[in-house]
Design a binder for this molecule. Structure first.
Ligand SMILES: *Cc1c(COP(=O)(O)O)cnc(C)c1O
Length: 398
């Protein structure tokens, strides 16, 4: 179990000696991704889908090649893979475009453990349209309340929009169960995979869902690129989100017709270099193997969990078995911000705050937690550093 020691050598940032435990907010980038970024900036750079000269063709090919890699990675058809700027934009796209065709009186089901990115777009839709939002509660251990979910479904449910893995609790949602109940009511299912795609194999066909979204920068790629996968029949039947260059077939002031999917949803100049780098990041993790990554991260998590629960006063939030390597906790009587400040003095990078999930914080009656989120480059040494630094902070503050 020394995978992380080997892999962290691929990440130049670790030369600075940080103990990075905030990959759930954004992950570090391997050298191969950085090299790709430099190559398509320094040597081969032009806009895509427009000009016919050599470098324009080369970068267009690389951009489309990356789309294919992403499609293979999630077992989808490349034309169903849309590049967006982020997961946030991908969900907003669905809320706008799919949201525009659902009938008045429709219901959309979310959960109490959603990231704000999967709450606010639906509230904005509700401001424009006569729809209602229903919320699946979360149990004390961080599990979704599936019995309550089943009660919320009706024949008016147009969509269930749910996270695959909670960015705070690490809970893995049983998507099979979500889908099988939703389909009995002909409801569509959107899964926010921002916290899942880097930890476990995702097969959108097998899941039987309608939309899947994720963000590049948590998957070892640069910021500025996200992905929306959608079933082609739905993508073909909903209007575009943004209008502009590239996404059209012909334009006149009388009538404009749109390009075929996926370009119909990629108005304007896309995030060209980040999108190419996302393909490279997928190559990087595919070469290691997601099963191996998953097994290693579980081993790290278990060690961290066992060690932290030995510390008096620590309360872990989200304690279901078999979860993602995300550890949220509070320490009774001590401010999370004070702890993280002291840990920062020792180069231990943890996240403190509401984690863009205020309704979930409210559910657990807290304003913030400290969150440790692990990635393939973390090691047992990182966790020992973290635990020692936490103990030391508590001695100072307690
Ligand atoms: C990070 C995150 C998002 C948003 O990703 P952006 O890159 O900020 O758009 C959405 N949902 C979850 C669960 C996340 O963790």
């Amino acid at each position: 179990m020394d995978l992380g020691y080997k892999l962290r050598q691929d990440f130049p940032i670790f030369k600075n000696g940080i103990c990075y435990l905030d990959s759930g907010a954004s992950s570090q980038k391997p050298q191969s991704v950085i090299d790709k970024q430099n190559y398509y900036t320094e040597e081969v750079y032009a806009n895509v889908h427009r000009a016919t000269y050599t470098i324009a063709q080369k970068i267009t090919d690389a951009y489309e090649e990356s789309r294919k890699k992403i499609a293979d990675f999630i077992n989808a058809d490349p034309k169903e893979v849309i590049f967006t700027k982020s997961a946030t934009e991908a969900i907003n796209l669905v809320a706008h475009s799919f949201g525009s065709i659902i009938p008045d009186g429709s219901e959309i089901i979310l959960s109490e453990m959603e990231h704000h990115a999967n709450i606010v777009p639906w509230q904005l839709l509700k401001n424009r349209k006569d729809i209602s939002l229903k919320i699946i509660p979360v149990l004390d251990n961080g599990e979704l309340d599936y019995d309550e979910y089943e009660k919320l479904l009706t024949d008016k449910t147009a969509l269930v929009a749910i996270t695959h893995i909670s960015n705070v609790l690490g809970t893995i949602v049983d998507i099979d169960r979500i889908v099988s109940s939703a389909k009995k009511h002909n409801a569509k299912v959107l899964v926010d995979g921002s916290q899942a795609i880097m930890h476990q194999k995702v097969d959108v066909k097998k899941l039987g869902i309608d939309f899947y979204t994720f963000t590049g920068h948590k998957l070892y790629a640069p910021t500025g690129v996200g992905v929306l996968w959608g079933k082609s029949d739905i993508l073909n039947s909903i209007p575009p989100f943004l209008g502009g260059g590239d996404m059209i077939d012909t334009v006149s002031f009388e009538k404009t017709t749109f390009a075929e999917i996926p370009i119909k949803f990629e108005a304007g100049t896309p995030p060209i270099v980040p999108a190419i780098c996302l393909g490279e990041a997928i190559d990087y993790i595919s070469n290691i193997g997601l099963d191996k990554i998953n097994e290693y991260e579980k081993y790290l998590y278990k060690y961290a969990f066992d060690e932290i629960t030995k510390i008096k006063g620590v309360r872990v939030i989200g304690t279901v078995e078999n979860k993602a390597p995300i550890l949220s906790f509070i320490v009774e009587g001590i401010h999370s911000y004070d702890i993280s400040e002291l840990m920062n003095n020792e180069n231990v990078c943890v996240r403190v705050g509401h984690h863009c999930a205020e309704p979930l914080m409210k559910r657990f009656n807290m304003l913030s937690t400290i969150r440790v989120s692990l990635a393939l480059y973390n090691t047992i040494d990182d966790i020992d550093l973290f635990i020692n630094s936490l103990k030391k902070s508590l001695r100072i503050l307690g």
